[in-house]
Design a protein around this ligand. Structure first.
Ligand code: NAP
Length: 470
């Protein structure tokens, strides 16, 4: 079997690229070893967001008393019920992916793809029992969770395993400091698990704006997540009688009684099974071996391309989809300059509360432009949702916002938010920032009242930024 375009990896990015190529009449094949839809659909964004909603529902049930609801019985939560509903909805998505491939006329293989060689005719690839040939190949194999390098790592689970948990742990340790660590720690805690977060640094999300980091730390502490900053893990031990786990840190702290220890310390590209060495020198980056690509997703081998997490540059599903579609546009639809734009990519962390961020952090902006060339705006407000809460005003959760503008015209170079509604608010502001919005552009947009997002178009001083009068 010969293909003009063969995609290795049936995640969101690979499938999007394959379908775009097929829409141009190209003969396309795609191979996936695991479940169709890849990390995002099966063990990432989609099931995670369902768990985030579960935690949010539980929080709102608890808070419903402030709105006059009297729950006659204590609401029981069934982890296994939720798991089965979640899996049902994901199986549906797996099926949709396959039927989309079929309706696009793409040959799909449920098999591992391994390079066998390359000659003038193109690439030879072993796909399960078959050897296929292809003129162009896209690697979209994604990444997998990194394991802990400490004694006892075999007792730990990772984010993939999280979605297989049959029961809710009573007490959990989350080791790590990135998106996954804070998102899953938030889910566990709000669903009632005693949750401990061990981070190497003083806070999680080290690369995020300082305001976001600090406020998340405070909010998580308020919710009862037990924070263990400055913790380098020394060992994990299992009690042979109870099966419970103990975490020990290099600074001598020992915490016992965990029924699960979840490691979320980053991910590494899925490249091993590809057998890339038969192709010659495929350039890679960092000790993790990300496939090195240029702006056009071209690897160091001609007609070999890579997108998504396997390249390690902006590891977000929509980024991989955009890169995959643009690549197909360029290769098969004559759009010779088509490429994905990796600048100003909005991102949301589904922590509790959620975080929305785009552009430079304050620290990065100062380093790039100098403090004297920047203007900062900020706002702190209480969402109206909390207005009827019978708690001291100072305890009401807030939404914190920061706008970073470049003088003289106050071009927005960074926007950071943490609090209820930040997740949904960011997308529209992302469009504006991508279009080159300035502070005065935000001021010119009349506020939608009452919303959390309106704070961003009424930041004080309102209407006084350069070009406000235009
Ligand atoms: P991550 O966001 O890259 O964070 C991993 C963090 O763990 C590192 O930043 C590091 O923080 C810490 N770490 C690394 N090695 C460690 C070690 N040996 N011991 C203790 N801590 C260690 O990784 P992730 O959470 O696995 O997520 C992977 C990627 O998936 C993310 O970068 C993101 O792009 C994507 N993702 C996105 C979403 C979303 O869009 N909502 C959700 C999940 C994942 P320190 O250096 O500060 O210790």
């Amino acid at each position: 079997m010969h293909f003009r375009y063969f995609v290795i990896g049936g995640g969101s990015g690979g499938i999007a690229s394959a379908r775009r190529a097929a829409s141009y009449g190209v003969k396309v094949g795609i191979a996936e070893y695991g479940r169709w839809g890849g990390t995002c659909v099966n063990v990432g964004c989609v099931p995670k967001k369902i768990m985030w909603w579960a935690a949010t529902v539980k929080e709102m049930l608890h808070e419903s008393k402030f709105y006059g609801f009297e729950l006659k019985e204590h609401p029981e939560f069934s982890w296994s019920h939720l798991k089965s509903r979640r899996e049902h909805s994901i199986k549906r998505l797996n099926g949709i992916y396959i039927s989309n491939l079929e309706s696009s006329g793409i040959t799909h293989f449920d098999a591992l793809a391994t390079f066998v060689g390359k000659n003038e005719q193109g690439f030879q690839i072993q796909v399960g029992e078959n050897i296929i040939t292809a003129e162009n190949v896209l690697i979209a194999t994604g990444s997998s969770p990194d394991g802990l390098e400490a004694p006892g790592s075999e007792y730990c689970i990772n984010s993939d395993d999280f979605f297989s948990l049959e029961t809710q742990p009573k007490k959990v340790a989350v080791l790590g400091a990135g998106y996954i660590a804070v998102e899953l720690a938030g889910v566990f805690r709000l669903l009632g698990t005693e949750t401990h977060l061990f981070t190497r640094g003083s806070t999680a999300l080290r690369k995020f704006d300082e305001m976001v980091r600090t406020k998340l730390h405070e909010e998580m502490e308020k919710q009862g997540v037990q924070m263990h900053p400055g913790s380098i893990i020394d060992f994990v031990q299992k009690d042979s009688k109870t099966g419970l786990l103990t975490v020990g840190t290099k600074n001598g702290e020992v915490v016992s009684g965990f029924d699960q220890v979840l490691v979320a310390i980053g991910r590494s590209p899925n490249v091993k099974s590809l057998n890339l060495s038969v192709l010659g020198n495929v350039a890679t980056e960092t000790s993790k071996g990300y496939i090195k690509v240029n702006d056009f997703q071209e690897s160091s081998i001609s007609n070999l391309y890579a997108i998504g997490d396997v390249c390690g540059k902006v590891e977000l599903t929509p980024m991989a989809i955009a890169a995959g579609r643009r690549l197909a546009d360029r290769l098969f639809n004559g759009m010779k300059d088509a490429k994905a734009d990796y600048e100003n990519v909005p991102t949301v962390v589904f922590s509790h509360p959620p975080i929305g961020t785009i552009g430079l952090t304050e620290e990065e902006a100062i380093q790039k432009y100098g403090k004297e060339n920047l203007k900062f705006y900020s706002s702190v407000s209480v969402n109206l949702y909390y207005s009827v809460f019978d708690i001291p005003p100072s305890d009401k959760p807030r939404i914190h916002m920061k706008l970073i503008c470049l003088l003289p015209n106050e071009l927005i170079v960074g926007l950071h938010m943490i609090g209820m509604g930040s997740d949904e608010a960011l997308q529209g502001f992302g469009v504006a920032i991508k279009m080159g919005a300035t502070k005065s552009d935000l001021d010119k947009c009349v506020a939608i009242h009452p919303t959390a997002a309106e704070e961003l178009v009424t930041l004080a001083p309102w209407g006084l930024a350069p070009s406000s009068h235009l």
